[in-house]
Design a protein around this ligand. Structure first.
Ligand code: ADP
Ligand code: MG
Length: 322
């Protein structure tokens, strides 16, 4: 069982950022309004995610670490009709298979539970005083899978991936306040007031957020809105442009190209705007075959949506006299 857990874990948990993604998604699913991520040595030493969500009942704490244990009941096979981000019940089991995990939780402030699982084995479970919510501490990631550990990139790269994933989740959830600290330094802090520009300020800084232009457009199938940077505030990577469809962040290269097309010749080759594009659409138009851990998503009527998006940006920039 330990070996099959390790194999399955390899598919879900590739690097520290995968741990952060799964834990933060669990906190979002638990209706947290504050989520704090603390990492040491780019997460290779320690990752801590704390939330003020609904918590886990002490009777269910050990079960949460079993593979395919999920409290999120799936009534449809369409990922975009599922309201929770998780539903396969694999993340905690996968993380605990390849690391040392301590989870402390309470459903009401007072007495809760604390469990320690290492390499897939429950070492200890006790009652513990805790405020409402859940703290998960993951240390010694990949301690028992040295091949995986060797595959890690530089700390700067691994940290970049962590900041990237939390930023996307924060932009998809502007009503949740997020922080990310690395070795004691705060690198992301969003206000959680529901305002997208304010959320962007917490990620890319106030001057960049202030200079962004907002746009919106709609047709019979889609509602798009967004905030994107002026042509002079661009980056050499498309990682600073986030797409959110029906409240979930996605990646879709055609839509990225549509945004670039909206800038026309104002954008230098190889440069990408920063910002966030929010799309509302019928869930039935989102490809049902997306892999749950892969963010790359195909959409129906992609050409129509691309056109709507390009035109919305083009006319907005024209109004700026750019
Ligand atoms: P999934 O998210 O697919 O259900 P996970 O392995 O990520 O599977 O989590 C297993 C279960 O543990 C969840 O279904 C949920 O009941 C519980 N859980 C995990 N993290 C949290 C959290 N931060 N707050 C509340 N419950 C949690
Ligand atoms: Mg989950």
């Amino acid at each position: 069982a330990t070996l099959s857990n390790q194999i399955a874990a390899g598919e879900v948990i590739e690097r520290p950022a995968s741990v952060v993604k799964e834990l933060v998604e669990n906190s979002i699913d638990a209706q947290a309004t504050q989520i704090d991520v603390k990492v040491s040595a780019a997460g290779l030493q320690k990752i801590q995610v704390s939330d003020n969500g609904v918590g886990i009942d002490p009777d269910d704490v050990a079960t949460a670490f079993l593979r395919h244990a999920t409290s999120k009941i799936l009534t449809t096979r369409d990922l975009f009709n599922v309201h929770s981000l998780g539903f396969r019940g694999e993340a905690l089991a996968s993380i605990a298979a390849v690391a040392d995990v301590t989870l402390t939780t309470a459903t009401d402030s007072g007495i809760g539970a604390k469990i320690h699982v290492k390499g897939g084995k429950v070492e200890d479970q006790t009652t513990a005083a805790h405020r409402r919510g859940t703290d998960v501490e993951v240390s010694d990631l990949f301690f028992n899978t040295p091949a995986r550990l060797k595959y890690m990139k530089s700390q700067q790269t691994e940290l970049g991936k962590i900041v990237d994933i939390v930023s996307r989740l924060a932009l998809a959830n502007p009503s949740i306040a997020f922080t990310v600290s690395h070795d004691g330094n705060m690198v992301v802090r969003t206000a959680g007031q529901g305002d997208l520009r304010q959320t962007l300020a917490g990620i890319y800084g106030l001057p960049v957020a202030r200079s962004m232009v907002d746009f919106q457009a709609q047709d019979l199938d889609f509602q798009v809105s967004g905030l994107t940077s002026l042509p002079e505030t661009t980056r050499a990577s498309r990682n600073y442009l986030s797409m959110v469809v029906n409240g979930r962040y996605i990646k879709n290269f055609q839509l990225t190209k549509a945004v670039i097309a909206g800038y026309g010749s104002k954008l230098m080759v190889g440069r990408y705007p920063m910002g966030v594009i929010t799309i509302q659409m019928d869930a039935a138009l989102v490809d049902v075959n997306v892999h749950p851990t892969k963010a790359e998503v195909r959409l129906s009527k992609e050409d129509q949506l691309s056109h709507l998006l390009s035109e919305a940006i083009r006319s907005r920039l024209a109004k700026e006299n750019l």
